[in-house]
Design a binder for this molecule. Structure first.
Ligand code: PMT
Length: 396
């Protein structure tokens, strides 16, 4: 995927620098040409020799290192780069770039490049949440610089909170996304709903289903990789949010409805993989219900039908639904295409092995408004995602 892509990895002085060799090793294995620039502080956390050995290229750490084959190193590397990744990115480098300061090899190269620049910040939670740092990040984003959101957890400084460098795989995937795929969704906004909803009965019990979010997250990633801006409205799942997508977490069908109503006007394409509960308890108890000797009759009422709402507001948007069926797959899904005013529906027969909820693969049929039915083989959800987007692109 990264064959012959020239990636500059800028390393700044943070404890998370210990993860950089692993990342560089993955990039090199994916056949990228990797050049490392280290700030002076970075060299206190990890040695240039390690990164030189793993990247298989000389590491630049000083502004006035003896030029090797390059005449003016910061300009020549900046010109050749397909992407410049700053990892870990400290508050200092973010602030410097934001202020237009170029006083070392890394900051001068960032100023000089026209390649996409991606920052992967990692720092103490209070530093990360400092309004000055947040303002700098917002300003850099408005100038087209990209950020991979830090993860939340126990930080090296002993604090708990947002500021951890994301897993190496997450960073690697974000880079593949930026450099790997055809950008046929550039300029488009894709709204994806994913995961289950939870309809609480009392503070500890809820109605839900087995959606893992894998299908929806695969679509969100694929759309991002194809250049789209992605809004991912997701119910509670246990998989990481893909880097570079706007994540709107929700719990219940009502919250998902509200989030979709808030964001759908921004979208050119809406793909509804979420397994939304059709019913919610008529009453939500404030305290946990103590079990008694008898039965418990639960009264349920309909949740808002999000897809129905979107169908009524469709306009020129492309609207794609999903259907999870156990019987009469094509017939039941076809009714939904018409009733919900969809461009097409992706129907999974969840009785098939490797299809539907929780699996890494899916087995689907794509059913269009005119009754055409396309059948896809059993494929990984990532591949299904691209097949769906290929069909969306054809409709654009
Ligand atoms: O998340 P995974 O584990 O990867 O599993 C993927 C999946 C099986 C959840 C996915 O492939 C899928 O089939 N999603 C739709 C499941 C479903 O709820 O189907 P449905 O027939 O009940 O709903 C039809 C469509 O209406 C769906 O697009 C759904 O998002 C939408 N809907 C349903 C109810 C409701 N109140 N509002 C809705 O918008």
């Amino acid at each position: 995927m990264l064959t012959d892509k020239c990636i500059i990895v800028g390393v700044t002085g943070g404890i998370a620098a210990y993860k950089v060799p692993d990342l560089i090793s993955k990039l090199v294995k994916a056949k990228a040409e990797v050049h490392v620039i280290m700030t002076e502080s970075a060299t206190k956390f990890i040695t240039p020799l390690s990164l030189q050995t793993i990247s298989r290229n000389p590491v630049i750490s000083g502004m006035f290192d003896t030029p090797g084959e390059w005449e003016v190193q910061h300009v020549s590397l900046a010109d050749r780069a397909d992407l410049l990744l700053v990892v870990p990115a400290t508050a200092n480098i973010i602030g410097k770039v934001c202020a237009g300061i170029a006083d070392d090899m890394l900051s001068t190269t960032i100023m000089a490049t026209r390649a996409p620049v991606v920052f992967a910040p990692a720092m103490n939670v209070n530093m990360y949440e400092n309004p000055l740092v947040q303002a700098n990040i917002a300003k850099l984003k408005s100038h087209g610089y990209r950020f991979i959101e830090p993860a939340t957890g126990l930080l090296a400084c002993g604090y708990e909170g947002k500021g951890r460098l994301p897993e190496v795989n997450t960073i690697f995937e974000a880079i593949c996304g930026l450099l790997g795929a055809a950008k046929d969704l550039a300029g488009k906004t894709v709204l994806v709903t994913a995961g289950p909803t939870r309809e609480y009965i009392d503070p500890v019990r809820f109605l839900t289903n087995g959606s893992s979010g894998k299908m929806g997250y695969a679509i969100a990633k694929a759309a991002r990789d194809r250049g789209a801006r992605v809004i991912l409205v997701s119910g509670p799942v246990n998989i990481p949010v893909p880097a570079g997508v706007a994540h709107v977490p929700v719990i219940s069908a009502r919250e998902m409805f509200d989030a979709v109503v808030k964001h759908y006007t921004e979208a050119d394409i809406i793909i509804k993989t979420a397994a939304v509960a059709d019913y919610q308890p008529k009453e939500k108890l404030e305290s946990k219900l103590k079990k008694g000797p008898g039965d418990w009759n639960l009264e349920l009422e309909r949740t808002p039908d999000i897809l129905q709402y979107l169908g009524e507001k469709k306009g020129n948007r492309i609207l794609v639904g999903f259907a999870a069926e156990t019987d009469n797959l094509v017939q039941n899904a076809s009714v939904k295409v018409q009733a919900k005013n969809l461009d097409f529906i992706v129907a999974n027969d969840i009785t098939q092995p490797g299809a539907g909820f929780g699996t890494d693969t899916n087995v689907v049929k794509i059913i269009y408004r005119d009754g055409r039915v396309e059948e896809l083989d059993k494929l990984d959800k990532k591949e299904i995602a691209h097949h769906i987007l290929d069909r969306v692109v054809n409709l654009l």
